[in-house]
Ligand binder design. Sequence first.
Ligand SMILES: [Zn+2]
Ligand SMILES: [Zn+2]
Length: 362
Amino acid sequence: MRLVSTLTILLALGCDGGSSVPEPDPSESRVWLRGDLHLHSHHSTDALDNRMDAIVARAESVGFDYFVVTDHDNHVDGMLATWDDPAYRSDAMVLLYGVEWTSAVGHANFFGAEPFDHPALYALREGSSGQAIADEAERQGLHFSVNHPLGSDPWELGFEHDIDGIEVWNALFLVPNDNEGALALWDTLLAEGRRITARGGSDNHHQETSEADLFNLGNPTTWVLAEGRTPEAVIAALNGGHATVSYAPSAERIDFTADADGDGVAETVVGDSVPVGELDFRLVITGARAGATYALRVVKNGATFLEREVGADPVTFSDTPTERSSYRVEVRGEVPDAPSAGAILFGDMVALSNPIYVGFDD
Ligand SMILES: [Zn+2]
Ligand SMILES: [Zn+2]
């Protein structure tokens, strides 16, 4: 455990923390929704055996609340067929509209609450600036999220231009992409004062091959805290950074909140920014396994702020930052719900959160 002068760690367990332990906000009406933000169907030519009806059925069976398919646009010369597919429907899940903008200078997913003008985005390919792409996404009200920024198809347009999100966890945590590097990249951007939503994506291409034994839909799962079960609410939650990532649909979820006004209620959620001043943080590992212990790491401004073995009981800690700061959380441990063939390749990352921001609105 690392202590700094302004830090008062309360690490209260259970109910014995007294009045200093913030309570969850009882007025909270938002709902956590889970899904996968990077999938390919048979409308991508490298996923021809991934039939849409089979993906939808599997997504429903593993409990997804929202659903999106992000097919490669270059496989169909920019003329997407994904959302015109009659099988792209569900009564159980909120449907988003997505695509993987797939170019020689990088890949990015765009998400909308309704079908959008993809040819206008497809026209902005090699030779276009990142900002031109960002401007077109903003014009259409889309969430623009860079994929596997350091993977085999890295993002080569830099990060000076606006982006809404970044895929810090693609497929298995340890391979094939540099997810640790993506987290470090994201930390650097956060430290520069950027507010960029981290998300996961399985990048699943197949249900019938060995790939599906390594990882499948929801490895990893991105949770969003939405103001309702609507596509607009899911997009708003992504834009607001109200999101966490877990290694599987059935895995533990991080619930990371803070009390910024001293009223004893932890009403600040991940993605929010509060004024500089004292903060009482509260962390709960929702769905923690009986008897399991987890390695908690709190990252403040890109550096380890707190490390602690934790279990199912709520953890609280406090800090009084004096300048713009961000606090995000990682939880590592066993991953028993990983597909068995891929368990080793998942490593030990159970879940991670977006930051609670301090002073980013100033
Ligand atoms: Zn890609
Ligand atoms: Zn992909």
